[in-house]
Design a protein around this ligand. Sequence first.
Ligand code: LIP
Length: 264
Amino acid sequence: MIVEKELAELAADIAREAGELALRRRDEGVQLAATKSSLADIVTEADREVEALIRGRLQEARPGDGFLGEESDADPGETGVTWVVDPIDGTVNYAYGIPAYAVSIAAVQGEAVPGRWQALAGAVYAPAHGELFTASRGGGAHRGAQRLAVTTETPAGALLATGFGYDPATHDGDLATVRRVMAIARDLRRAGSAALDLAYVAAGRLDGYFERGLKPWDFAAGALLVAEAGGAVSRLDAASARPMLIAGGPEVHDRLTALLTEEA
Ligand code: LIP
């Protein structure tokens, strides 16, 4: 656990520095760098600059570790530890000036593939809110110094969050999923950042979260936050092109899984 704690502290320090850079660039005005899988799937100059900062700091601190980031080439490394990084999760929010975005940094052991990796440590930092969420394997999840815990079921139903992909062709199916899930929901939120949605599940601000088609860097750190806060995280259709990530306290996670497994 000592190693995991040190990795979490490194992730937290770098996430803070990277988040402050993202905030400065946001205040200076955001420049669109390119579109990726669709016109809606954008990358800003700040995404690229922030990821380069994170990658450089990690290389300085732990040369030989692997790297899997949203905006640069993967490197398997040779230490068995890989850093899974989303420099600005919630990129569209960031581009529009909506403050719901976060730097997400996770350290994983083994093959850098969801479901095969062992998450060791993670940090999610929301610079516009000044909130840092951290977790280490076996060490719990925290917001600052506060220990986090997921919620238990309430008679009013579950406060759930979800998200939608950048491909318009997937929206009908995702909206059909939302219709099914509302059977157990008191309400639904769509904040635009998977890392923050997962951090909020860990913090008890949401009862559950589900989304299809996330990339490994969107959820690597947030999934560890939920697990270390006593929650459950799983992926349905893991071998498909758009696996469904489900996270929540144990009861809500299991009810979501039952509903969404029927649909699959
Ligand atoms: C985003 C996720 C969000 C999802 C968006 C997008 P990005 O990641 O955090 O949950 O709904 O479609 O994938 O692109 O901002 O890193």
